[in-house]
Design a protein around this ligand. Structure first.
Ligand SMILES: *Cc1c(COP(=O)(O)O)cnc(C)c1O
Length: 429
């Protein structure tokens, strides 16, 4: 172990035995990290190629205000996204406030009264329940006469093809497929598996729109869902593709008609993509996208490192230490309240921002138990930055994600381990 480095870690509160424990684990991950680097390299080239093809220039970084007519920075960025993700067109805007908004926009603009929305992969992300009307809400799809049907995954995580076939009917207009498990325990789907599902559905009903909720999945693999038959992909810029630099935003990429519908809904029928000032933040969208492949690779390494550390210490981790990864989320089940809280305190203590505050469990709206959240982020609520959270109740599971660099993710995990170690909640064997 490099002595200077050990001293530096010590200054940050990491004991030599904790660092050594982590370093031993890291040694065994070299091959996996090499694979992640190779994917990042591929995706970096893909991003640069799309920027070069569309002649990104300094002029693209100019600010626009008011209506934002002829904002070439905005229009060029949308073309970059379209090429990069293999779509015909794209909508990438600061006026899309978050991932839920982007998904709501894609759904509400492409569905009409009398249509049915189908989720063939079980329950969608929590915040979509009110969008769809699974939980009644003002302005939900249900209020506008759009019905919803759902087919759950089989117990082993496989698609229930038989019941999906039965669920597709003459009203089925749009199928939503969530790539990441989000905060559930089902597996995250690889892009190839999503492709198989789409092929099956299009085999039954070719004109159905297949939308993929791409949150947390961008740049984890070489391929993205439009390359395997999806019509539209949707995501948040304060997750993977914003690279930690975009301060707000969401995207929809795909078929021209799907994107146009979304643009007409975001602004107005007739105006569509023509308006929408970028207010001086477009450069961060370009720079964030440029950095995104390596940022995602750092986050992935952090997730794998955490899985291997906590698996070795005897905790349940999802995904486990050796399985292949399709998103950046890592769950660790502590089955112990003190350990869960110690973990979150450690993540917080390692942050570049707000490291001196102690995260406390609190009653968050919409949850039936206290929730603890650790995040010391440059962009508020950004989950591509190192963060951890979970409901403070049995089985005391923490969801952990992000890290703008691998070294920061590593420090965060070592710091979490340090807290557990100091409090005699783990033995380092
Ligand atoms: C984060 C996330 C969303 C919602 O995005 P917000 O920006 O939090 O609104 C939707 N789906 C998935 C799978 C997500 O991970």
């Amino acid at each position: 172990m490099n002595h200077l480095l050990e001293e530096q870690y010590k200054q940050l509160g990491i004991a030599p035995e904790v660092l050594r424990f982590g370093t031993e684990i890291e040694k065994n991950l070299k091959e996996r990290f090499d694979k992640i680097d190779a994917i990042a390299e591929f995706n970096q080239m893909k991003v640069i190629a799309a920027m070069q093809k569309n002649k990104v220039s300094a002029e693209c970084f100019n600010s626009s205000s008011g209506y934002g007519y002829n904002d070439i920075g905005r229009d060029t960025l949308e073309q970059v996204y379209a090429d990069l993700f293999h779509g015909e067109d794209a909508l990438v805007r600061p006026q899309i406030t978050c991932g839920t908004h982007a998904l709501a926009l894609a759904l509400m603009s492409n569905l009409r009264p009398g249509d049915e929305l189908l989720s063939p992969v079980g329950k969608p992300y929590d915040t979509l329940e009110e969008v769809i009307g699974i939980r009644p809400s003002k302005g939900s799809l249900a209020e506008y006469g759009v019905t919803y049907s759902q087919v759950d995954l089989l117990p082993d995580g496989a698609f229930d093809y038989e019941n999906i076939r039965k669920a597709v009917n003459e009203h089925t207009r749009l199928v939503t497929i969530q790539r990441s498990k989000g905060y559930q325990t089902r597996p995250t789907f690889s892009v190839d598996r999503i492709g198989e599902l789409i092929a099956f559905i299009k085999g039954i009903k070719p004109d159905v729109i297949c939308m993929v909720d791409n949150c947390y999945g961008e740049f984890v693999e070489e391929k993205e869902p439009l390359e395997v038959g999806a019509d539209m992909i949707v995501g948040s810029l304060i997750k993977n593709p914003g690279g930690g630099l975009a301060p707000i935003g969401g995207y929809i990429v795909g078929k021209k008609e799907c994107v146009e519908n979304a643009a007409y809904r975001l602004t107005s029928p007739g105006l569509g993509k023509e308006v929408g000032a970028s207010l001086g933040i477009i450069q961060s969208f370009y720079q964030g996208l440029f950095l995104a492949p390596t940022v995602v690779s750092g986050a992935l390494k952090g997730a794998i490192f955490a899985a291997n550390i906590y698996e070795k210490l005897g905790y349940d981790v999802i995904p486990n230490g050796s399985e292949s990864r399709h998103d950046i989320i890592q769950a660790v089940t502590f089955r112990n309240k003190d350990a869960m809280i110690a973990f979150c305190e450690g993540i917080q203590a390692a942050a570049p921002v707000d490291s001196y505050v102690t995260p406390e469990p609190w009653a968050m709206p919409g949850y039936d138990s206290d929730v603890i959240m650790a995040a010391g982020a440059f962009v508020q609520g950004s989950s591509i930055e190192l963060s951890a959270d979970g409901p403070v109740k049995e089985p005391y599971a923490v969801y952990f994600q992000g890290g703008l660099t691998w070294y920061h993710a590593k420090l965060g995990i070592l710091s979490s381990l340090q807290k557990l170690y100091e409090r005699n909640l783990v033995k380092l064997v």
